[in-house]
Design a protein around this ligand. Structure first.
Ligand SMILES: [Zn+2]
Length: 109
């Protein structure tokens, strides 16, 4: 398991519970596992529960390297998810405490 995969596993439980009845879906893209879930940044901008729970955001392995992930939201509903972000950048925005651990571990490999 790569470091990014390890940290994706750490944030999935948060992404799952971000929205009431939210779920994380798994699928394959570019030869690796990808995950989709309700967007942690813009789910609150929609009023219907059904739309809040919609799995509009995803962590996707890149074409160039299946071990490098990017965050992407199809709704672009808030400033944080207007554009795609590197996994690390996403971590800093979403869970700074976990991003600190990630940075530390990355430096010590
Ligand atoms: Zn979003």
């Amino acid at each position: 398991m790569t470091l990014q995969e390890k940290y994706i596993q750490k944030v999935l439980p948060y992404l799952m519970t971000e929205v009431p009845d939210g779920e994380v879906g798994e699928f394959y893209k570019n030869g690796a596992k990808a995950y989709n879930f309700p967007c942690p940044f813009c789910w609150g901008t929609t009023s219907k529960d059904r739309n809040k729970r919609k799995r509009v955001a995803a962590l996707l392995p890149t074409k160039e390297c299946k071990h490098v992930y990017v965050f992407y939201c199809n709704r672009h509903g808030s400033a944080e998810c207007q554009r795609g972000r590197s996994f690390e950048n996403f971590l800093w925005l979403y869970k700074p405490r976990i991003a600190e651990q990630y940075k530390f571990e990355k430096q010590n490999i």
